[in-house]
Structures are given as C-alpha cells and as structure tokens.
Design a protein around this ligand. Structure first.
Ligand SMILES: [Zn+2]
Length: 209
C-alpha cells in the first residue's frame, strides 16, 4: 500500500469576537480586542487585562487575564509582552476560551478561517492518504465544514464517503463534532476513484488550490 501524508492547518482570521450589551450603544454589540493590554502594578502585585472595544463606538471592556498576581509569579518575558502590547499575545488571549468563560464573556460568531495545506487530490500514485488536522487556535469548527471545503464536496457527499469506506476512522456522527485539537483521519484514494458515478475526476487533471 502506498501511503501519502498531508497536513491541514486551520487558522482563524482576525480575533474571536465576544458579544455584550454596550452601555453606550444601548444594544448588544460585538466586542473585539483593541490590541492593547492594561497592566496595573501595585507594590508586589499585578493586574493584567486584555482590552476589548465595541465594534461601533469604542466603548471598552476589560477581560481579566491576571488578578492580583504576585509579580514574581509572572514570567518576566510575558510581563514584557504585556507591557509592549505584543499582538501575538493579544491574539493568543483572544482565543483562550477558558479565560473568556471565566470572564463570563458570551462568544460572538466563530471568525472565518483558512485551511492551509494541499488537497488530497493533488497526490498521485497514492492509495491511501493520512490527513492530520492541526488547529492554530482552538476554534470550535465542525469537522463537516472543514471536509466540505477542503474536498470541494457537498455535506451529503462527504457523509457518503464514510459509508463507502473512502473516509476511514470516522463515524457519521463525528462529522458534526467540533474538534479543536489535532486529529488524524485516513482517506482511501483507491476507493474514491472507484466510486460510480465518480465524485471527483482522477488525479492528474484536478486543479489544486
Ligand atoms: Zn458601543
């Protein structure tokens, strides 16, 4: 059996918004990170917040990252990144779902995301491909949405690929699950190209994005 291996990286664009009634707009609005931290030092303790801003009016809301933490307990490099409003750190905290939950933040819609990595149709002379899915951030995305997009198939067609033994290691109920962590599945290209009528044209002529 000739195996191939591809990786898909699911990478959200922008930030995970939260939704909240804005006292200034007087209606529910989306709030997004402003790109700044607020650090308050008092003697030996620190408070650190990620600042969120109403999408409409610039009203701000603070998400607690650390409350009254002893300065010695904070990694000095992380402390510097807070002080310098490191945007990678802002982004990481914007996707820290347990932190958002602790702050009773209601989540807005999951941001759009891209799926980096080759299409399995690009592989030639491969009988079975192992597909590893990695998440840059732990966004809650249903597996079916990843597969329909990346395989250019309808939901019904993806479900049929499980029945037909093309997508292995999955049950139909897995398709609606939200995987936020790395996972691996196998796809039999031999079985795929045997389907009658065919779902996709055999390898060489397929456009690869
Ligand atoms: Zn507002």
């Amino acid at each position: 059996m000739i195996n191939g291996h591809i990786n898909w990286l699911i990478k959200p664009l922008g930030y995970q918004p939260i939704t909240k009634r804005c006292p200034s707009c007087e209606v529910k609005k989306l709030f997004l990170p402003a790109g700044t931290f607020r650090v308050n030092a008092q003697k030996k303790t620190l408070d650190v917040w990620n600042i969120y801003k109403c999408e409409k009016c610039d009203y701000t809301w603070n998400i607690d990252i650390h409350a009254r933490i002893n300065t010695n307990k904070l990694d000095p490099e992380l402390h510097q990144r807070f002080l310098h409003n490191d945007l990678d750190e802002v982004r990481r905290y914007a996707y820290n779902y347990s932190l958002l939950k602790r702050n009773h933040a209601e989540l807005g819609p999951t941001p759009p995301y891209e799926i980096q990595g080759p299409s399995p149709y690009a592989l030639t002379d491969t009988e079975q491909v192992i597909i590893t899915l990695d998440f840059e951030q732990a966004i809650p995305v249903r597996l079916i949405n990843i597969l329909t997009r990346k395989l250019c198939l309808s939901r019904g067609q993806v479900a049929r690929l499980i029945d037909e033994g093309v997508l292995l290691d999955l049950s139909p109920s897995d398709l609606n699950r939200k995987f936020k962590q790395s996972m691996t599945l196998r796809m039999s290209l031999v079985r795929l190209y045997q389907l009658d009528p065919p779902f996709v044209e055999s390898t060489s002529n397929v456009e690869v994005s």
